[in-house]
Write a protein that binds this ligand. Structure first.
Ligand code: UD1
Ligand code: UDP
Length: 377
């Protein structure tokens, strides 16, 4: 059996790495790694192949940055001939980025069985580009591999047939648990000259960073926090060019450390030692729950409610005063316990491979419209 693993943007690499590793360990499974090139800076792409022991891509489509329509279209146009010639037994798309949707559309139209890893997550906020990508990818994929029970419930509520849905757990946690014993958190913190207590920040959602007034307010809150505790902020390339207008260099306190994006191992090392994480990232909400690090999410909604219900995550919206108050409160409380929600156990990739093997024979008739009676119930 041949699996095509499609990845394009930073959070995709952590999701395909454990699948590639599990497939290699199993034998009889061939993987083809297809990089769309949505992210292309070394710090947003190449470092993850090194850090995650992920083989180099077999193909790089090199699509680069563009508007949503152009980027999605470029992935589709470049991927179609590759999949048409390779004809893998399965195409696996992960997450919710433009590359995910583009690849799913191409693969299903070529009649290649297509599985969505991280299916069923819903923020309920259709202004998020990722929410549209999630809904549309799940609408076309043959197999919906859900990371959590709430995701399964969402898919059932939307009417997806039960036999297309599988609760497999969280592949992001497979990667996290794989690297945790291989880290050097003391070395990373020492290298950055960090004190015992620090706050780790990531911000890249268009809703937070593309609006200059909103970004300025958030950065001022971080600057105020940095007068009390060190704040380390590896800056996403989307956010980087917007910083100077939002908070001029002369107004940044010494305690606010703006860094280039970190490698995965550096970032997880920092995350594991942080006293508090402030973020709008999807993956970081999950990692902090498993690490038992308090997390404040600068959003009104989350597609990962299990991190709030069972984990360390709290939604604080985009109001800078609320963020600052919540940060001070969290810093004054003891560290919460680490928690692994159901299926966040490092074995999600194994369960996915098991499921692909037993679903392979099943997918073709469904796409051809030859479903058993009642299967859409
Ligand atoms: C994308 C995903 C988002 C995900 C994020 C992870 C979509 C719609 N969005 O957002 O869901 O959370 O990746 O990081 O797919 N850029 C560089 N170098 C790079 C990549 C990007 O400089 O290697 C800059 C470019 O100016 C580009 C901008 O970042 O225009 C945004 O990149 P893009 O891939 O369009 O969206 P992200 O904000 O990265
Ligand atoms: N991450 C990283 N370096 C950084 C910031 C984040 O390696 O400087 C990792 C983080 O540990 C998580 C993933 O990137 O595994 C999350 O990606 P991102 O926040 O870009 O995307 P999202 O999850 O929001 O889609």
């Amino acid at each position: 059996m041949t699996l095509a693993l499609v990845a394009g943007a930073r959070p995709n690499f952590m999701k395909i790495a454990p699948l590639a590793r599990a497939a290699a360990a199993r034998g009889g499974l061939r993987t083809r790694i297809i990089h769309t090139g949505q992210h292309y800076d070394d710090a947003m792409s190449r470092v993850f192949f090194d850090d995650l022991d992920l083989p180099r891509p077999d193909v790089n489509l090199g699509v680069g940055s563009a508007s949503h329509g152009v980027q999605t279209g470029r992935v589709m146009a470049a991927l179609e001939p590759v999949l048409a010639s390779d004809r893998p037994d399965w195409v696996l798309v992960v997450g919710d980025v433009n590359s995910t949707l583009a690849a799913a559309l191409v693969a299903v139209k070529l009649g290649i069985p297509t599985a969505h890893v991280e299916a069923g997550l819903r923020s309920g906020d259709r202004r998020m580009p990722e929410e549209i990508n999630r809904l549309a990818t799940d609408a076309v994929a043959d197999l919906l591999l859900a990371p959590s029970r709430d995701a399964v419930d969402n898919l059932r509520r939307e009417g997806h047939p039960g036999e297309r849905i599988a609760l497999v757990g969280n592949v992001m946690v497979d990667s996290l648990l794989h690297v945790l014993p291989r880290l050097d958190p003391e070395g990373v913190c020492r290298g950055l000259g960090l004190a015992e207590e620090f706050v780790l920040v990531t911000l890249h959602r268009p809703s937070n960073v593309d609006d200059p007034a909103r970004l300025a307010g958030l950065l001022r809150a971080l600057a105020a926090l940095a007068a009390e505790v060190s704040v380390v902020f590896p800056v996403h390339p989307r956010t980087r060019p917007l910083l100077d207008a939002a908070l001029p260099a002369g107004e940044r306190p010494a305690g606010l450390r703006l860094l280039p994006p970190c490698s995965y191992r550096e970032f997880i090392a920092l995350e594991s030692r942080a006293r508090l994480v402030i973020t709008d990232s999807g993956g970081v909400q999950e990692e902090t729950t498993v690490l038992g690090v308090p997390c404040l999410t600068v959003r009104d909604t989350t597609e990962r409610p299990v991190t709030v219900r069972e984990g360390t995550n709290r939604l604080v919206g985009g109001d800078p005063r609320r963020l600052l108050a919540a940060a001070r409160l969290a810093l004054g409380r003891p560290r919460p316990p680490a928690h692994r929600p159901e299926g966040w156990d490092g074995r999600a990739s194994e369960r996915i491979l098991d499921r692909l093997a037993c679903t392979a024979a099943d997918a073709a008739p469904r796409r051809a419209g030859r479903l058993p009676a009642g299967a859409h119930g």
